[in-house]
Design a binder for this molecule. Structure first.
Ligand SMILES: NC(=O)c1ccc[n+]([C@@H]2O[C@H](COP(=O)([O-])OP(=O)(O)OC[C@H]3O[C@@H](n4cnc5c(N)ncnc54)[C@H](OP(=O)(O)O)[C@@H]3O)[C@@H](O)[C@H]2O)c1
Length: 288
């Protein structure tokens, strides 16, 4: 029975993986978070992994406070960078496959066509630099697959959708930036895609191909468009007004365009990806 270890499993993606795992029989899932394995602790991580001897590891653990990372870059680097090295060192020389999650914020946003996995990376923020360091450490292991995702939301944890639903119910109006374009990702869709890859490889439907992959939902929008859709779908009356990023100062600089080309994951692993609006509607119905 294939053994699958999930780290950082109390977050958005980890919880969605826990839900999706219920559809997969014949796999031995081990869900952990910082209280079971603190992945910044190299000795404890190595010992846990040596004892479990997983066939697959999916690392969902991360430091995701994009603005706070500007004032504590070491903390972000420790969890998003060094801790990934701890995992790859623990599985060095083994056949274990490692799926590590990264971000669209490794791209600088200067493009106006979708980024593919060969596009130059040039993060604008401490968070993006720490995630890029994690990618480099992940790739030290030959059996690593990096999935860059974007604008993640879910029923679980804190995210833009839940914030808009809360503010939309409390406030008469909101200002949301309209000059940053990207694509939201429903974490349940990403969790489903990850399990499709794992189960497809285990069942020999397709070969495991290490390397970097992009995954978000389909389509493009600004945070403003996303907010409008959330408010309308939830039937809220709040007025959403567009604002330029320069008039909405945040500690971390963000890419103004981070749309990703997902052809590689779709073709290599036969994955179909829903449009962001379709998935948003699904998620809001579950939240409400
Ligand atoms: N959220 C987004 O919009 C977004 C966008 C692009 C990419 N991503 C990437 O997608 C992945 C999943 O993100 P997510 O939103 O599901 O993250 P999340 O909700 O923040 O969950 C991360 C989990 O990791 C745990 N964790 C933190 N430090 C840890 C440590 N040292 N050892 C073990 N666990 C630790 C966290 O615990 P605590 O809560 O106690 O800290 C939390 O339960 C991450 O790699 C993230 O960088 C996210």
């Amino acid at each position: 029975m294939a053994s699958i270890l999930i780290t950082g499993s109390d977050g958005q993606l980890g919880n969605e993986l826990r839900d999706v795992s219920k559809q997969y029989y014949g796999y031995d899932f081990t869900f952990t978070d910082i209280d079971t394995i603190d992945i910044t602790n190299s000795a404890a991580t190595a010992e846990f992994i040596r004892n479990l001897r997983p066939d697959w590891i999916v690392n969902c653990a991360a430091y995701n406070l994009v603005d706070k990372a500007e004032s504590e870059p070491e903390a972000a680097m420790l969890i998003n960078g060094t801790a990934v090295k701890n995992i790859t060192e623990a599985i060095a020389g083994t056949e274990c496959k490692f799926i590590h999650i990264s971000t669209d914020y490794v791209y600088d946003g200067n493009s106006n066509v979708p980024y593919d996995e060969n596009s130059v990376v040039n993060p604008r923020s401490a968070y993006g630099r720490s995630k890029l360091a994690g990618e480099k450490y992940a790739l030290l292991h030959p059996g690593s697959m990096i999935i860059r995702t974007a604008w993640l939301y879910s029923l679980y944890g804190n995210n833009f959708v839940k914030t808009m639903l809360r503010y939309g119910a409390e406030k008469e109006s909101l200002r949301v930036v309209f000059d940053q374009a990207g694509t939201p990702t429903y974490a349940a869709d990403l969790a489903g895609a990850i399990m499709s890859v794992i189960s497809g490889v285990i069942r020999n439907q397709f070969a495991f191909k290490a390397g970097v992959y992009n995954y978000s939902n389909e389509g493009v929008c600004s945070w403003f468009d996303f907010a409008i859709e959330i408010i309308q779908e939830a039937g809220l009356k709040c007025q959403v007004n567009p604002v330029l990023s320069k008039d909405y100062p945040q500690a971390a600089s963000r890419p103004s365009y981070s749309v990703m080309d997902k052809s590689k994951i779709k073709e290599n692993y036969n994955i179909s990806i829903p449009h962001w609006r379709t998935s948003l509607i699904k998620c809001i119905r579950i939240i409400k």
